[in-house]
Design a binder for this molecule. Structure first.
Ligand SMILES: C[S@@+](CC[C@H](N)C(=O)[O-])C[C@H]1O[C@@H](n2cnc3c(N)ncnc32)[C@H](O)[C@@H]1O
Length: 193
């Protein structure tokens, strides 16, 4: 996408009254609603991230065209679509509910935006990326096990967590004034790289 198109998209989003941004962006992208029922024990159902939190994560991580952003529990692809359109990063989603994956793919195809999204469980799917995004997809032991898997990614990563505090000795939370979003740096010893 050309710089001017990115700039225009951002200007349009930021020109909307904050209370109308999510509805307007979802309508423009054609992202509908979905059943929020939890898909399993310790798993959280579909709720889309807020646009403001997504923009902040993209800026502050920061996500660039050289990154591979992975949304764990990607839902209808709102994060993937905006990340791809605004940064040019390669974007990948892992989502446990097949119907959501089908819909996210259809949306991306209609918009002509390149996203990769697979049906999978974050407990077992390949975790290949530089920036990981989690909007409270799971809790408890599932979250612990996924964090343990992320600690095995063979290079440094950044983790953006929305609506959830992550506790792991290898992650250091950046200071923030955001209630919802925390960005974590990977502080594993550099000898691992
Ligand atoms: C709160 S929604 C976030 C959706 C999307 N990331 C966003 O921010 O718009 C959490 C999503 O995680 C998915 N999910 C829950 N457990 C999962 C798991 N173990 N593996 C993959 N996806 C999972 C749910 O189906 C749901 O779509």
């Amino acid at each position: 996408m050309y710089f001017s198109a990115v700039h225009e998209l951002l200007r349009w989003i930021e020109g909307l009254p904050p209370s109308q941004r999510d509805a307007a962006v979802e309508a423009e992208l054609g992202i509908g609603a979905a059943d929020p029922a939890p898909p399993g024990a310790e798993l959280i159902g579909y709720h889309p991230s807020g646009v403001d939190a997504i923009l902040r994560a993209l800026r502050e991580a920061p996500v660039t065209g050289d990154d591979v952003l992975v949304d764990l529990g990607a839902g209808l692809g709102k994060v993937l679509l905006l990340a791809r359109m605004l940064t040019g990063a390669r974007v990948r989603g892992i989502e446990i509910q097949p119907s959501l994956v089908e819909r996210a793919r259809a949306t991306a195809e209609r918009l002509g935006v390149e996203i990769e999204i697979e049906v999978g469980d974050a407990l077992t799917a390949p975790l290949e990326g530089t920036v990981f995004f989690l909007y409270l997809p799971f809790t408890g032991e599932t979250m612990k096990r996924v964090l343990a898997r992320l600690s095995e990614v063979p290079h440094r990563i950044v983790v953006c967590a929305l609506g959830v505090d992550l506790v792991a000795p290898w992650l250091r939370a950046r200071q923030t004034d955001s209630f919802w979003l925390t960005i974590y740096d990977d502080i594993r010893p550099r000898t691992r790289e």
